[in-house]
Design a protein around this ligand. Sequence first.
Ligand code: BEZ
Length: 211
Amino acid sequence: MFLQLGDPAPDFTQESTEGTIRFHEWLGDSWGVLFSHPADFTPVCTTELGMVAHLKDEFAKRKTKVIGLSVDPLDKHKGWADDIAETQGARLNFPLLADADRSVSELYGMIHPNADSTATVRSVFIIDPKKKVRLTLTYPAPTGRNFDEILRVIDSLQLTEYEKVATPVNWKDGDDVVILPSITNEEADKMFPRGYKELKPYLRMTPQPNK
Ligand code: BEZ
């Protein structure tokens, strides 16, 4: 199954390093990030999981819960968690699914047979509080992800959910944003009291409204 933007995020029940996870119930009304790894005791994944542990407060600020997945069993995850703490300076502080039966991997299309017929690729799903998929991202096994980018996308999704704006190239929280082309100048005058710069009729820049 390949999930597309706006699709409902499938629910599942699976074991994890923090006990049994009933995914939708666990998400509650938070945003969520579900991300997969090729296997336990692999070098790139070790650095990624350490980084996500370091970023706990950043995800919490965005009311976002994170959950990892690897297709190895729980006892292996527990041994690996010690290595992550030892080498990355941060202990796992979010659940890591033990998807040994590959049920979640298959539900989310995390196994790409042209890459590897059994191991998961590096998938990321951002899920909103209505349990809709809002971002999908797939990296190949040897390429570690940039979790600052994941946080940046969450900032953009949370901003553009409520304001009639979009975020331009390399935008980061606090930078100017783009007014949606569907908004007329008359509407923009009322909506954006700090004004805007019209570079083209379809390209109008304004300070980030919620800052
Ligand atoms: C890994 O750490 O997951 C990895 C490293 C090299 C190739 C493939 C995977």
